[in-house]
Design a protein around this ligand. Structure first.
Ligand code: HEC
Ligand code: HEC
Length: 290
């Protein structure tokens, strides 16, 4: 690639191109000035006059007209198809380099331990997330962005159902406050939440007592939540809640963005963060819970 026409470097190629453009321009200008100086105009004059100045009725020079049209067509082609963004160009080269570094980065951190992941997440958070969520993650008391010291907890499952949730862009679009009257107050929601964290997400270890309450908890989950989140919790047009309280759920939020009741969080679905960086910042976000 880089030794195109024997040049080792794209800047040299560009400099030679620029010099050639200047030389050609000067030659063309010189020819035209010479012609103007020596010309005795003749021919038919136009009818209209502009402040007493009349024009000759000259047809468009054919060569000029063809070049003009051709250039227009070429410009459109170049803008939408021809510019080698992913091939030989400075931007293409840059993109290739970034992709290469990202692949190396991903490979290097593939089996990173939890503590390293969280400290990696912390530095990403301070740059990418703190402008809205604040350095402490509380989103200025949850007014400017989600309060991440409270989000992702068992209590936040309950409060999501009571206050509703929207804006992640799922097929079912939104979970209405108190499921539009399907549940009232915390009672049933608490039971469903317990079933979710103990048996589906498995983020809470089981105790001997749990056998006694399992049936009541399963009943609410299956009768109320499963319609949208499905019996196994993996979701049916609604989020996969087996990931709730885990970095995977944060990654899903980052990929989707969220415009909900608090405000608008644009998605991180471009190449700002690699997969491992999203997982790292997810682990850090969950470490903020109090
Ligand atoms: C009518 C369908 C429906 C039902 C029933 C339903 N949900 Fe949801 N739920 C959704 C949708 C849709 C979302 C995604 C909302 C969004 O975009 O923020 C969601 C999101 C959630 C979230 C994630 C909120 C967040 O912060 O991102 C939790 C937790 C949740 N539901 C728990 C429950 C529980 C527990 C029940 C049963 C008591 C339940 N849901 C019943 C549709 C439903
Ligand atoms: C431009 C401001 C902005 C930036 C930057 C931003 N967020 Fe958010 N974030 C928000 C807002 C606003 C909400 C609340 C959306 C709502 O529920 O109305 C939110 C909500 C969240 C939630 C809760 C989602 C849910 O399902 O309720 C998580 C988790 C989150 N952000 C993580 C992050 C992380 C991690 C980053 C950095 C990689 C980040 N955010 C960057 C504004 C932002």
């Amino acid at each position: 690639m880089s030794d195109l026409f024997g040049f080792s470097n794209i800047n040299e190629l560009a400099l030679v191109g620029a010099a050639a453009t200047i030389v050609i321009t000067l030659i063309v200008l010189a020819v035209y000035f010479k012609n103007i100086a020596g010309s005795k105009s003749s021919g038919e004059l136009s009818d209209g006059a502009w402040d007493g100045i009349k024009e000759y009725k000259n047809p468009l020079p054919l060569g000029w007209a063809i070049s003009f049209l051709g250039l227009g067509i070429w410009a459109i082609w170049y803008m939408y198809a021809g510019y080698p963004l992913n091939a030989y160009s400075q931007i293409g080269e840059y993109n290739e380099e970034v992709a290469g570094h990202n692949a190396k980065f991903e490979a290097k951190w593939q089996n990173v331990d939890e503590a390293t992941l969280i400290s990696m997440g912390e530095s990403i958070f301070s740059v990418q997330c703190a402008p809205c969520h604040g350095l402490t993650g509380d989103g200025i008391d949850g007014k400017m962005a989600a309060d991440l010291t409270k989000w992702g907890t068992e209590a936040s499952i309950v409060s999501s159902v009571l206050h509703g949730s929207k804006g992640l862009g799922y097929e079912l679009i939104e979970m209405l406050p108190e499921l539009d009257g399907l549940v009232e107050g915390e009672g049933d929601v608490e039971l469903a939440k317990n079933y979710l964290v103990k048996y589906l997400a498995q983020t809470k270890p089981l105790t001997a007592d749990d056998e006694n309450t399992k049936e009541a908890e399963a009943e609410v989950w299956n009768n109320v939540c499963a319609a949208c989140h499905s019996e196994d919790g993996k979701g049916n047009g609604a989020p996969d809640l087996t990931n709730y309280g885990k970095p995977e759920f944060v990654v899903d939020v980052l990929n989707r963005g969220k415009s909900g009741y608090i405000g608008n969080m644009p998605p991180f679905n471009d190449d700002r963060l690699t997969d491992i960086q999203k997982r790292a910042v997810g682990a850090y976000v969950l470490s903020l819970r109090r």
